[in-house]
Design a protein around this ligand. Structure first.
Ligand code: IPM
Ligand code: MG
Length: 370
């Protein structure tokens, strides 16, 4: 039995709180079984924080996140905040946590569960067995680059500015994560940029190649332009193992890759920072779907991506591989039994709400642990 681990839970907005409730039940199950014990703290982020504190992420919440061993994040945003200024958007909560905790490596797996291969918009034979890991840089690039803003020109018209910037240090540290990841997988990295039109892309390509030659020559490295990568992802997605790319390209390509799997409601992600001297590594785990305000409060949201995010947390923050695999197998077994939430419903399957899906996962956990 392991010592207590500090977990900060940030359900956020929309369906966030509903799906997080199902993860809490999985955490309680592990606790009852004596498998893992967590010290849980919970806080408000995004719109929920704006409503109470007037900001999407308070300093106190960020401090709690820093003190935790891992953060489990739900989703933020909603139509009621759409007109808020750039300094008051719920999305600033996730950007603030990434920047504030130095979470530069966003890991976005896109895996096709066998039971869901028919749910993809692509033909099953194209996506069956798909297992891609996108490593997206997440504290740099055009999301954070200076200068930025909207300025008024002398003739009264305006100009919007954002800047794509990458240093060799930023490229090297995230590339290292991708190469290490590839060594645990099929040993292949595709580095994606637009070095044909962008200097920052050219530096990206040269830096990744140099790191490869110096330290990771055992990994097969190829380079690909981002537009071609988007095309290849729908043409022949199984050619990829690890995709390494910038913040903006990673944002786009990971949404694209997620759809290959049939449902956004199934995909988890991890965002990792650098380990300190004691080996502690800041980390945040979140489903890649958003807050889905259109279905919030109706008890129909799919909790599986949030549950799978918790499995990633067990694996990457605590090296609890057995427990992580247990949760993943329980989810796979639930799907194989033909149980579905509305977003992944298929003919001949049984449709369940959020809580009933949580019940089903717990039943499979009981069976697997028996
Ligand atoms: C994501 C989201 C965020 C991003 C938004 C909510 C700021 O789209 O995590 O992919 O663009 O990074
Ligand atoms: Mg996105």
């Amino acid at each position: 039995m392991s010592a207590n681990k500090k977990l900060l839970i940030l359900p956020g907005d929309g369906i966030g709180p509903e799906i997080m409730r199902e993860v809490r039940r999985v955490i309680d199950w592990m606790d009852r079984r004596g498998l893992v014990h967590f010290d849980l703290q919970e806080d408000l982020v995004g719109g929920a924080s704006l409503d109470v504190h007037g900001v999407p992420l308070t300093d106190a919440c960020l401090a709690r996140a820093r003190a935790a061993d891992a953060v489990l994040f739900g989703a933020v945003g909603g139509p009621q905040y759409a007109s808020f200024g750039f300094d008051k958007r719920p999305e600033l909560a996730i950007l603030g946590l990434r920047a504030g905790l130095g979470l530069f490596a966003n890991l976005r797996p896109a895996q096709v569960f066998d039971a869901l291969a028919a749910a993809s918009t692509l033909k099953p034979e194209i996506v069956r067995g798909l297992d891609i890991m996108i490593v997206r840089e997440s504290t740099g690039g055009i999301y954070f680059g200076q200068p930025r803003g909207i300025e008024t020109l002398p003739d009264g018209t305006q100009r919007g500015i954002n800047t794509e910037v990458y240093t060799t240090a930023e490229i090297t540290r995230v590339a290292r994560v991708a190469f290490e990841m590839a060594r645990q997988r099929q040993g292949r990295v595709t580095s994606v940029e637009k070095s044909n039109v962008m200097e920052s892309g050219l530096l990206w390509r040269q830096t990744v190649q140099a790191l490869h030659d110096a330290e990771y020559a055992d990994v097969a490295l190829t380079h690909m332009y981002a537009d071609n990568c988007a095309m290849q992802l729908v043409r022949a997605p199984r050619q990829f193992d690890v995709i390494l790319t910038s913040n903006l390209f990673g944002d786009l390509l990971s949404d694209l890759a997620s759809m290959l799997t049939g449902s956004l409601g199934m995909l988890a992600s991890a965002t990792l920072g650098a380990a300190d001297a004691a080996g502690r590594r800041p980390a945040l785990y979140e489903p890649i779907h958003g807050s889905a305000p259109d279905i919030a409060g109706r008890g129909i949201a799919n909790p599986l991506a949030q549950i799978l995010s918790f499995a990633m947390l067990l694996r990457y923050s605590f090296a609890l591989e057995k427990e992580a695999a247990l949760v993943e197998r329980a989810v796979a077994a639930t799907l194989s039994a033909g149980l579905r939430t509305a977003d992944i419903m298929a003919p001949g399957c049984t449709q369940l709400g959020t809580t009933a899906m949580g019940d089903a996962v717990l039943r499979e956990l009981d069976k697997l642990a028996a």
